[in-house]
Design a protein around this ligand. Structure first.
Ligand code: GLN
Length: 203
C-alpha cells in the first residue's frame, strides 16, 4: 500500500522519514512523494504537510492536483492534513487570513490563532487512537505546535481525537484526519500509524 506525502512545500522530508520508519518497523506501507497526477493516482492515502497554506493552496492548482485530490478524497482516499494541511482541508476559514482551501472537511479553522506568546510550543497530548492506540500504552504523544491554526468548530460527523487546554487539536471525519500539530517533528510514530490504518480501511 502506497502512502503519499504531498511534495510541494513544508515538512515533506520529515513526514517521509516517519513513514519510512513505520515501514521499517514492519508495517506494509511504501512511502512515496506526490507531485504529479500520476503519482497521486497510485496512493491509498495522502499527507498534506505543514508549511504555508497560502503557498501550498496556490501550487496545488498550478501542479494540476487540486481537483484530483478533491475527487479522490470524496471517493474515500484517506487524507491527513497537518497544520497548514489542516487549513487546506477545512470547509471554512475564519478571519482575515484566508487560503485556497479544498473545502473537504466539516471544520472551521482560524489561521495563526494562538497569538504571539504561544506561537510555537511543545506539549504532551492524550490522543484517542482507538484500536490502534491500544498497542501503545505510552503516557501521551508529543504535540509540536508551530504557528498553528485553531480548530474553532467541528460539524456533527466529526470525531474529536485530541484536545489541549480545551482546544481541539486533532479530529477525524471518515477518511479525513486533521492535526494542527506536527507529529512528523517528534520521534513518535503513533499518529502516522493511525493514519496508515485509515489508509487501509474501506470507507
Ligand atoms: N501558519 C501557517 C498557515 O497559516 C501554518 C503553519 C504550519 O503549518 N506549521 O498556513
Amino acid at each position: 500500500m502506497k502512502i503519499g506525502v504531498l511534495d510541494i512545500q513544508g515538512s515533506v522530508e520529515e513526514h517521509l522519514e516517519s513513514l519510512k520508519k513505520l515501514a521499517k518497523s514492519g508495517m506494509k506501507i511504501e512511502p512515496v512523494l506526490v507531485k504529479t497526477p500520476e503519482t497521486l493516482a497510485q496512493v491509498s492515502g495522502l499527507i498534506i504537510p505543514g508549511g504555508e497554506s497560502t503557498t501550498i493552496g496556490k501550487l496545488l492548482r498550478r501542479f494540476g492536483l487540486r481537483d484530483l485530490i478533491i475527487e479522490r478524497a470524496k471517493k474515500g482516499m484517506a487524507v491527513w492534513g497537518t497544520c497548514a494541511g489542516a487549513i487546506l482541508l477545512a470547509k471554512k476559514i475564519i478571519g482575515k487570513q484566508q487560503a485556497d482551501s479544498l473545502e473537504l472537511m466539516d471544520i472551521a479553522v482560524e489561521r495563526n490563532a494562538y497569538g504571539r506568546q504561544l506561537d510555537s510550543f511543545e506539549t504532551q497530548l492524550e490522543f484517542d487512537l482507538g484500536s490502534v492506540g491500544r498497542a501503545y500504552a505510552g503516557p501521551g504523544i508529543p504535540g509540536v505546535f508551530i504557528r498553528a491554526p485553531k480548530i474553532v468548530s467541528v460539524g456533527e460527523g466529526v470525531k474529536i481525537l485530541a484536545q489541549h487546554k480545551g482546544e481541539i487539536v486533532a479530529a477525524r471525519q471518515k477518511n479525513l484526519l486533521v492535526t494542527n500539530f506536527h507529529p512528523e517533528l517528534s520521534e513518535s510514530l503513533e499518529v502516522h500509524k493511525y493514519f496508515a490504518e485509515m489508509c487501509s480501511e474501506k470507507i
